[in-house]
Write a protein that binds this ligand. Structure first.
Ligand code: SF4
Ligand code: SF4
Length: 204
């Protein structure tokens, strides 16, 4: 069974073992990145739509798990201690199981307006970024599955037949990351990486 196929424990209950592992992770973060990283994480968490103002989101999120529970696409999970103590049990996006259809159900169920109304035609969860070291099209396969999957025409093939992302058109829905077959095709390398991944959008 591959890492991607393994069932994930997304339930709110936290086992002692999971907590101990998380605590060990925080200790590791303290050693590697300092106390600041251990407390706040690395700042690269993808939040559900409407939660992109990180400071406002953290101030309001009750960690009630309602958004993750209601998501019909199964694209939300919760942060563990390695994501930073402040973020622990807050929701984050995980496009390995589903992509966001902007159905708004998570926004509507949020009791504190930590998630606010979101317009996917003008706002972004994040932006897709091609990893040329993992994308099998860049290894000469001719794959264009992400190009075909994108509902926003945010990816096209360049003159060499390789996918490139137009950041201004991408809203970070994650469909390209979900369908990317790179990990399957390159499983023999031991890699679970996708050839395209949605990352936090940092405007220049
Ligand atoms: S908008 Fe809908 S599909 Fe997207 S994360 Fe929220 S509940 Fe899931
Ligand atoms: S995340 Fe991927 S599929 Fe979604 S709009 Fe951006 S490029 Fe298209």
């Amino acid at each position: 069974m591959s890492e991607d196929e393994k069932p994930r424990d997304d339930s709110p209950a936290v086992s002692r073992r999971a907590f101990a592992l998380g605590a060990a992770g925080v200790a590791g973060l303290c050693a590697v990145g300092g106390v600041g990283v251990a407390l706040a994480g690395d700042g690269n968490l993808l939040r559900p739509p409407g939660g992109q103002d990180e400071a406002a989101f953290i101030a309001r999120c009750l960690k009630c798990d309602k958004c993750r529970s209601i998501c019909p696409e199964n694209c939300l999970t919760v942060c563990v201690l390695e994501n930073g103590l402040v973020n622990y049990r807050t929701p984050r996006i995980d496009f390995r199981k589903g992509y966001c259809t902007f159905c708004n159900e998570c926004i509507e169920v949020c009791p504190t307006q930590a998630l606010v109304p979101f317009d996917p035609s003008t706002e972004k969860i994040g932006v897709a970024v091609v990893d040329v070291n993992e994308c099998i099209a860049y290894q000469g396969s001719g794959c264009h599955i992400c190009v075909d999957a994108c509902e926003y025409e945010a990816i096209e093939l360049n003159d060499s037949g390789k996918p490139v992302v137009h950041a201004e058109l991408c809203n970070g829905c994650g469909k390209c990351e979900l369908v990317c077959p790179s990990a399957t095709y390159r499983a023999y390398t031991g890699s679970h990486a996708r050839g395209i991944n949605v990352e936090v959008w940092k405007e220049a």
